[in-house]
Write a protein that binds this ligand. Structure first.
Ligand code: PNS
Length: 171
């Protein structure tokens, strides 16, 4: 039988995975709050060619590094594997996810259950996105930026500049 204290981890590493195409204030809110709870937070960018992202994995990673520079216990990395394998490889025991609304719940619950089935030593922790960002998504940001609308309330300056360059190239 596993004793309770054998299951405890002194140094708590959490992985916050996502596409981050691009990172928004909603993501940053979760990153800052998770960094207050865990010893280390690894923001893991999915290398997802199938999703046809606007920004390359290198661009998404670099933007995340720029906007999290001030948070010492946050590390940015990318992965192209099954999330649960990546989490084990990093010796982390927690996956952090943000929940914006009830509409996120069903899919996230399915992912959390599947991940727990694949590795029951890893727990998924959900954080409620702060209400002021509950409507926010990378897709919405891209939609507004594509038509040259204002995104300064939605993303950091670095991301706003990167979006402007992407969508000016299109013109
Ligand atoms: O920001 P997103 O696109 O909602 O993030 C989705 C992400 C990266 C968390 C999810 O697609 C994922 O974990 N992908 C890695 C592949 C994997 O492990 N899939 C099975 C999950 S049960």
């Amino acid at each position: 039988m596993v004793k309770m204290n054998e299951m405890k981890h002194d140094y708590k590493i959490a992985v916050y995975p996502g596409s981050f195409d691009p990172v928004t204030f909603g993501h940053l809110d979760i990153i800052h709050r998770a960094a207050n709870v865990f010893d280390k937070v690894i923001v893991a960018v999915l290398n997802n060619s199938r999703k046809n992202p606007l920004f390359t994995v290198e661009e998404r990673t670099q933007l995340l590094q720029e906007v999290t520079r001030g948070v010492p216990n946050v590390e940015v990395d990318s992965f192209g594997d099954l999330l649960i394998n990546y989490v084990a490889e990093k010796k982390a025991h927690v996956i952090v996810k943000g929940l914006r609304a009830v509409s996120d719940f069903e899919y996230e619950m399915q992912m959390a259950s599947l991940n727990h089935k694949l590795n029951d030593k890893v727990e998924t922790f959900f954080m409620m996105t702060s209400p002021q960002y509950s409507y926010l998504s990378s897709s919405i940001v891209k939609e507004i930026a594509r038509y040259h609308g204002p995104v300064s309330d939605l993303v950091p300056l670095e991301v706003e500049a990167a979006l402007r360059i992407k969508y000016t190239e299109d013109r």
